[in-house]
Design a protein around this ligand. Structure first.
Ligand code: SF4
Length: 348
C-alpha cells in the first residue's frame, strides 16, 4: 500500500498568531448572554469573559475564544513510529513528535498527566513553519501530534499539517477521539495516519471515570477510517477494562468497519492517581486471542513481545519487531516478498 499523496485539497488556512499567543479559535459561537460556546469537542463549554474551557487551553477573551497556548510545545522529540503506536505505517521509521498542554479528559491513570493535566508545565513557543523546518531536518517521515491530546490545539495542528504536507512530510495524530463530527472530518482529512484510543466500550466508564464520551470516540473512528490510515489502542486496566466481553465488543465494532484495522492491547502500569496493580502479560495474550476472532491484526503493547506481522496467505514474516526496533524485511514493493500477496503495511 502507498500513503496517499493527495490528502490536502483545502485552501490555505487563516494565519494564526504563534508569535503573540493570541490566535483566535475556530469552532466557536457567540451566545446571546455574552458567553462564547466552543463547539470543538463534546464538552461544549460555555465560557464567560476570562474563563478557560474544561481542557484548560481555550479562553474567552473579549467575547472571542482565544488560544494563549497556540504553539506552546511541552515536548519535541524524534520517536520510533512504533511508539505511537503505529505498526502498519512506515515500520522501522521515526517521526518528529510534538506535544502541548491540556486535555478534555480526566483519566486517573494518565501516563502523561504532567502535561495533560497542567497548563503551567514548561513549554517553548514554536511556529508551524519552525516545527516543519525542524521535522524536515530530523530525518523522520513527518510530524506526530501526540503526548497530550492534540485536538484541543486544533488550529496549530491544522496550520502545521498544511505546511508539513506541502513539504512532503506525513502527518500523524495520536488522539482520544474526543472531537465533534465537523472538526473531526476536517482534522482527519489533514492526517495521513491516526492512532485513536478507545479506552472502553462502556459509556458510563467514559462519562463517570474519564469525563469523556464513548459516542464521540466511536464516531471519530468511523470518520477516520474513511479518510486515513487508522490504528486503535485500548489500555487494559485490571478490573476496569479487562473483560473478555468488552474487548470482544470493541473488536466486533472495529471489524464492522474494517477487519484489517490494527488493534493494540496495551498493558497498564500504575500512574498518576491510579494504584491498581499492573496488567499481567497473560491477560493481554488472552484478550488478544479474543480480539483475533474478529480482527486480523492484534498486537500486545507495553509487554515484552515480538509482535511480528505475518503474511495472511503464506505465513511469511513481513515485519519483525523487538525492543531494538522494527524491520520490514519480508516486504517487496508493498507485497509479501515470499508469495506476492498484498500486505497491509504502508511503506511509501
Ligand atoms: S475543546 Fe476545550 S473549550 Fe472546547 S468544548 Fe472541548 S473542553 Fe471545552
Amino acid at each position: 500500500m502507498k500513503a496517499s499523496d493527495s490528502k490536502w485539497s483545502r485552501s490555505a488556512s487563516s494565519p494564526n498568531g504563534a508569535e503573540t499567543g493570541l490566535a483566535e479559535a475556530r469552532y466557536a459561537a457567540s451566545l446571546p448572554d455574552g458567553r462564547v460556546r466552543c463547539t470543538l469537542c463534546p464538552h461544549a463549554c460555555r465560557l464567560k469573559e476570562g474563563e478557560a474551557g474544561f481542557c484548560g487551553v481555550r479562553l474567552n477573551r473579549h467575547a472571542k475564544i482565544t488560544l494563549p497556548f497556540y504553539g506552546a510545545a511541552s515536548a519535541l522529540a524524534l520517536d520510533p513510529i512504533e511508539k505511537k503506536p503505529l505498526y502498519h505505517y512506515f515500520p522501522g521509521r521515526q517521526v518528529y513528535s510534538v506535544g502541548f498542554l491540556g486535555c478534555p479528559l480526566r483519566c486517573p491513570f494518565c501516563q502523561n498527566y504532567r502535561i495533560s493535566q497542567s497548563t503551567t508545565a514548561a513549554t517553548q513557543r514554536i511556529s508551524p513553519a519552525e516545527l516543519v523546518r525542524q521535522a524536515a531536518g530530523a530525518g523522520g517521515v513527518g510530524i506526530a501530534y501526540t503526548y497530550n491530546e492534540p485536538v484541543i490545539h486544533f488550529e496549530f495542528v491544522m496550520d502545521s499539517a498544511e505546511l508539513a504536507h506541502k513539504a512532503g512530510l506525513q502527518n500523524v495524530l495520536v488522539t482520544s477521539g474526543q472531537i465533534n463530527e465537523e472538526p473531526a472530518k476536517e482534522m482527519f482529512d489533514a492526517m495521513h495516519a491516526v492512532n485513536i484510543d478507545l479506552k472502553s466500550f462502556d459509556a458510563r466508564f467514559y462519562r463517570n471515570e474519564l469525563a469523556g464520551s464513548l459516542t464521540a470516540v466511536k464516531r471519530s473512528i468511523e470518520i477516520a477510517v474513511q479518510r486515513c490510515h487508522v490504528e486503535i489502542t485500548t489500555l487494559v486496566i485490571p478490573g476496569k477494562t479487562d473483560s473478555a466481553a468488552e474487548i470482544e465488543s470493541i473488536a466486533r465494532f472495529l471489524a464492522s468497519l474494517n477487519a484489517e484495522i490494527p488493534y493494540h492491547l496495551s498493558a497498564y502500569y500504575p500512574a498518576y492517581r491510579s494504584v491498581t496493580r499492573a496488567t499481567e502479560p497473560a491477560t493481554i495474550h488472552r484478550l488478544a486471542d479474543v480480539a483475533r476472532k474478529h480482527l486480523h491484526y492484534v498486537y500486545s503493547g507495553n509487554i515484552a513481545d515480538g509482535n511480528s506481522t505475518r503474511c495472511r496467505r503464506c505465513g511469511a514474516l513481513l515485519v519483525s519487531r523487538s525492543r531494538t526496533g522494527a524491520r520490514a524485511a519480508g516486504l517487496r514493493n508493498g507485497n509479501c516478498a515470499a508469495c506476492g500477496h498484498p500486505s497491509p503495511i504502508i511503506t511509501a
